[in-house]
Design a protein around this ligand. Structure first.
Ligand SMILES: *Cc1c(COP(=O)(O)O)cnc(C)c1O
Length: 462
């Protein structure tokens, strides 16, 4: 039977938006090691986590048995406003490259937050509302997560306070105004509204702040009130769970046309979009049902998978979160200040870390000038101005398609286009001015970060 011609955009219908998320944790044969309470070094219980996170998110976080988890109808209704997201056949890029490969991308930038982060923001806001909470807090660096959460909070009528790293709030005033338009209170961090903030301000007056400090402020505010919780936009298992909507839709769309990917590529910051994109495909691979090659892409300036250690570490630089066993550069690692391409988190989702450790996927580190060359080529051929983060995946998809040209292989490549780059004009300006440089950390730089990984018995056994 002749294959149906594949359109530029494969849309699913509203009814085809998944009714359940896919829990990769249940499919994994070896589960990742549990979070540890840093005070006792014992595995975290639900009760340890309750003052910080919403109850239902904790339940999902610790669920290692249910392969499918129902998506509540209220969340699906919100998803209907911007999902299903299109799966695009990159015909124009294929032509420009002259490759025999078929390239597809799943585009998550079609909403005001401009990224996939809304998929988890709406779920977490819903569970907070359902629990009867009045408010939630979070931190934001670049601003995508804060924007996504402010949209979700407005929808469910929750008060949201976003601690935004002070330099970012000054450099990205437009992001701040989007959040305020949705009703969020945006506080430049460090601030005088928390103990943690006041302490930092006293020690370092005039500091531009850091993500670690913003996390401390947001968590402090959450734990000091009974009706407030903290929410996080990446890394954690329940965030990867919510992001599985990306992979489930991509799989359904490809199956409509009888297409089976040979390779799936995604960018890795904290690992949530990558974990979500690969989830249902990886579940099949673990069960021996496919031979897909999975590739995670990270910046050469923040190479947690390719050069990091698999160890228990704090999720934040203020060292107040539980310890997670993950690939990490150390919570004290600072990517070089000339790094403009996003994905600057020191650690990696424990799920993605364990899959990498067991050899189910590989990882590639790419330099930012090469990433922006790919972004430019993509913008000029496919029309969409990509986020710098997403452009890491574009870089490797293009490289793989060029390899196919050399070998004549007709590989089917799928990659995640996580968002748009409209708020990243400073980075694009650097690139356009020819002022962008690459700085790859030396082994000595990495050693400084590794020295901040906690010296606990669990890290000696590994
Ligand atoms: C936050 C973000 C990422 C990286 O986060 P992950 O948790 O690794 O997915 C990638 N792309 C965009 C557009 C983002 O906003």
């Amino acid at each position: 039977m002749a294959k149906k011609p594949i359109p530029y955009k494969i849309y699913l219908s509203e009814d085809e938006i998944p009714k359940q998320w896919y829990n990769l944790n249940a499919a994994m044969k070896r589960k990742h090691d549990p979070f540890l309470n840093p005070a006792t070094l014992q595995p975290c219980t639900a009760d340890d986590l309750r003052p910080v996170f919403c109850d239902e998110c904790i339940e999902q976080e610790l669920d290692r048995t249910h392969e499918y988890i129902d998506i509540p109808e209220e969340i699906r209704s919100f998803y209907k406003m911007y999902r299903p997201s299109p799966l695009v056949r990159a015909y124009c890029l294929e032509k420009a490259l002259g490759t025999p490969a078929e390239i597809y991308y799943k585009f998550e930038g079609n909403n005001t937050s401009g990224s996939h982060k809304l998929n988890s923001a709406v779920a977490q806001a819903y569970y907070a509302k359902k629990q009867g909470l009045k408010s939630i807090t979070t931190e934001t660096g670049a601003g995508q997560w804060g924007t996504a959460l402010s949209m979700a909070s407005a929808y469910f009528g929750l008060d949201l306070t976003v601690y935004m790293v002070k330099v970012s709030s000054e450099q990205k005033p437009h992001r701040r105004e989007v959040m305020r338009t949705y009703g969020a209170k945006v506080v430049a961090s460090p601030s005088d509204t928390t103990e943690a903030g006041r302490k930092i301000l006293k020690e370092f007056p005039g500091t531009g702040g850091s993500l670690g400090c913003a996390i401390s402020e947001a968590v402090e505010r959450a734990v000091s009130s009974d009706s407030c919780r903290y929410v996080l936009g990446s890394v954690l298992d329940h965030v990867v769970l919510h992001q599985s909507v990306i992979g489930l839709e991509a799989k359904a769309a490809l199956e409509k046309y009888g297409v089976q990917p040979d390779m799936i590529i995604g960018c890795c910051g904290g690992g949530s979009n990558f974990g979500g994109l690969i989830a249902p495909f990886m579940g099949e691979k673990i069960a021996g049902k496919n031979g897909i090659e999975f590739v995670g892409v990270e910046p050469a300036s923040c190479p947690s998978l390719t050069r990091g250690r698999y160890a228990y570490d704090f999720c934040d630089s203020a060292k107040i979160t539980p310890l997670a066993r993950m690939y990490t550069l150390g919570s004290g690692f600072m990517p070089s200040p000339n790094h403009a391409g996003g994905l600057r988190y020191h650690g990696m989702s424990p799920i993605v870390s364990e899959l990498y450790h067991e050899g189910y996927m590989r990882a590639v580190a790419v330099e930012q000038t090469k990433v922006f060359e790919a972004a430019e080529q993509f913008a000029r051929t496919e029309g969409i101005l990509p986020a710098p983060e997403s452009s890491h995946a574009i870089r490797v998809a293009i490289d793989e398609a060029i390899k196919c040209k050399e070998t004549g292989e007709k590989k089917v490549i799928l990659f995640g286009l996580t968002g748009t780059g409209y708020f990243d004009m400073t980075a694009y300006k650097q690139y356009n001015d020819g002022a962008m440089t690459d700085r790859i950390p030396t082994d000595e730089d990495l050693a400084q970060g590794f020295a901040t990984i906690p010296d606990i018995p669990q890290n000696k056994e590994n």
